[in-house]
Design a protein around this ligand. Structure first.
Ligand SMILES: *Cc1c(COP(=O)(O)O)cnc(C)c1O
Length: 385
């Protein structure tokens, strides 16, 4: 990862901060865009993964659309210059004011997640005197074989409308005068590393689309969501995710006629380009003999380990000690779960050393909070150093 190469220039900076490798973000986008172009696939970026302004700007410059999960994200995407005609808005709990705002902006589609929501969108659209494009977010009941904190497409999940409910209510959905069902959407979960899951997804989508069309829906696009995982264990082995394989799988298994195929990746675009750089404050040993390294960041900067038990690879980028030790890396917050990792083998680590917590570009800074009145972490960009 970049931080080790430029550790000396990072040393004087105030910590903690997110370091963004803008060169790697560029490479990742070049790969995603080139591979998608082979098949004419349309790419959106899931804004919630990271909405740092420079990160968003580069993603927009590569021509991706924006997949938003709140009115605030729609606003953020518009302010970052995304064309409203390339913005989609999903989410189980859209407030009336958010729906109204999205409709007023003329976004590409609202991905509806309940029958009740469709009726609300219809009412607001009729108040505004417009017809709104929507997609039905279908719950396909698929196990994405990932951490179940982040699966979103199994039968009991809060996301999407059950397929059976759509089948049973097709005439009702078609009766609304101010909504037009133009697409079908699903997103089964995040950090999917077993790519055959995408094959299974295609088989389900093929059946769903065929049946919806049979019921009289005219679908122009099929949005198969995001979810492509990244290599957290050894990020150096796979700095750019394997877009080629996913697209090849989708291309050979998806059978939806000439309909546009959309993707909305978050983690795969930004996950590897961000690292959380943090400084060692103290060493201490517990009564049980566990060696703790206390760093100057916490779950307030990066909550994934505390929230999902997620693993991030950690490295000491400034120590050249020969001897190594096993450490538990803990943060400053007043919570026992505020721990970045256990049994981490690092060169002997001292106060003032810099650690990198790698693969933190997705759901890192965007999930940060001000708990304990910590300031929100700032961004440092590789091309501004
Ligand atoms: C979060 C989300 C995504 C992006 O997921 P990644 O795993 O980061 O690719 C895409 N679509 C929807 C609807 C989402 O909620």
């Amino acid at each position: 990862m970049l931080s080790r190469k430029i550790a000396q220039s990072l040393l004087p900076l105030e910590t903690p901060f997110y370091l963004y490798d803008m060169g790697l973000l560029r490479l990742t986008l070049e790969s995603a865009v080139a591979m998608a172009a082979r098949y004419g696939f349309v790419l959106h970026y899931a804004v919630k993964a990271n909405y740092d302004p420079r990160v968003l700007k580069m993603i927009r410059e590569f021509g991706l659309g924006a997949d938003c999960a709140s009115g605030g994200e729609v606003r953020c995407a518009i302010e970052a210059g995304f064309d409203p005609s390339k913005i989609v808005y999903a989410g189980v709990g859209k407030k009336d004011s958010e729906i109204r705002y999205a409709i007023e902006q003329g976004i590409f589609a609202i991905n509806c997640e309940s029958l009740e929501e469709i009726s609300v969108v219809d009412r607001i659209a009729s108040e505004l005197g417009v017809k709104v494009r929507i997609a039905l977010r279908v719950n396909p009941d698929i196990d994405p074989k990932t951490n179940h904190c982040i699966d979103t497409g199994q039968a009991d999940s809060k996301f999407g409308i059950s397929y059976e409910e759509i089948l049973a209510n097709a005439p009702l959905i078609q009766s609304y005068k101010n909504v037009e069902v133009r697409g079908m959407h699903l997103h089964i979960g995040s950090q999917i590393r077993e790519l055959h899951v995408f094959e299974y997804l295609c088989n389900k989508v093929n059946v769903i689309v065929e049946n919806l069309v049979g019921l009289g829906f005219t679908l122009d696009f099929v949005d198969v969501g995001g979810g492509l995982g990244i290599n957290y264990d050894v990020p150096e082995n796979e700095p750019v995710p394997n877009f080629a394989s996913v697209f090849a799988i989708i291309n050979s298994h998806l059978n939806v006629g000439g309909r546009e195929v959309h993707f909305e990746f978050g983690r795969a675009i930004v996950g590897q380009c961000g690292e959380l750089i943090t400084r060692v404050l103290y060493n201490k040993t517990t009564a049980t003999g566990r060696k703790l390294v206390i760093v100057d960041s916490s779950m307030t900067e990066l909550i994934r380990p505390a929230l999902y038990g997620s693993y991030h690879n950690i490295e000491n980028i400034t120590s050249d000690a020969q001897k190594s030790e096993r450490y538990t890396i803990v943060g400053t917050a007043c919570e026992s779960t505020d721990k970045f990792d256990e049994n981490v083998t690092l060169p002997e680590t001292h106060r003032g050393d810099l650690l990198t917590i790698k693969s933190a570009g997705a759901y890192g800074q965007s999930m940060s909070s001000t708990y304990n009145l910590h300031p929100l972490p700032r961004s440092v960009y590789s091309d501004e150093l």
